[in-house]
Design a protein around this ligand. Structure first.
Ligand code: 5GP
Length: 190
């Protein structure tokens, strides 16, 4: 997606060879028109996939997931990282190792929001080693639903998440694929 790539070039900050900071439009401040375009693009890619729900993880997946949900006309669920007083129902819970925080945590969603046979589109802001996407996929499988696809805003193609997920048979669509962050420069895969 050219608009997104240009935004990354203009505003992305390379923190290291491994980490890209995009807090001016995705991870802290959010650019609504860009999110709307992202939502439209995901919807075009997955419109024929019979999606019934979108699942993401709080917080940075929510904006792109909501815009895709609006376009596809389906509800959006975000897995929560902390169990709060208001999240006391029956839960699906999975462990996820955080690439940015370097620690394991748990994500949960209320069982009532996923039904047997749901066709779920997983959406996330970044794909690194695939841990977040795999944790979401395990939740969908717990609920006896099906992962109908995975939509990623920025895939770091030099890390192994993309190949891991594709090898497992998942359809992964990334709107920008970063080939390298070497020497402080973002280069794209194609
Ligand atoms: P994975 O689970 O695929 O290893 O990592 C994806 C998750 O880690 C995303 O949900 C995202 O929050 C975070 N993440 C991974 N790499 C980056 C990065 O380069 N920049 C930012 N801002 N977040 C990242």
């Amino acid at each position: 997606m050219e608009l997104l790539k240009q935004k990354i070039i203009d505003e992305g900050i390379v923190l290291s060879d491994q980490v890209l900071k995009v807090d001016s439009f995705l991870n802290h401040r959010i650019d609504p028109p860009l999110m709307a375009e992202i939502g439209k693009t995901f919807a075009q890619q997955f419109r024929e996939s019979g999606i019934t729900k979108i699942l993401t993880i709080e917080s940075s997946g929510i904006a792109p997931a909501v815009m895709a949900g609006l376009e596809l006309g389906v509800p959006v669920i975000f897995a929560r990282k902390r169990k709060s007083l208001t999240l006391q129902e029956d839960l699906y819970t999975e462990k996820v190792y955080s690439f940015t925080k370097k620690e394991e945590s748990e994500v949960s969603i209320a069982r009532k929001f996923l039904a047997v046979g749901d066709r779920v589109l997983l959406i996330d802001d970044f794909l690194a080693n695939g841990e977040a996407a795999l944790a979401m996929a395990r939740i969908v499988h717990q609920a006896q639903g099906e992962v109908a696809g995975i939509g990623i805003v920025i895939e770091k193609a030099f890390q192994d998440g993309g190949s891991k997920l594709r090898e497992q048979g998942y359809r992964v669509e990334s709107l920008a694929r970063v080939a390298s962050l070497r020497d402080g420069i973002v280069s794209f895969a194609e």
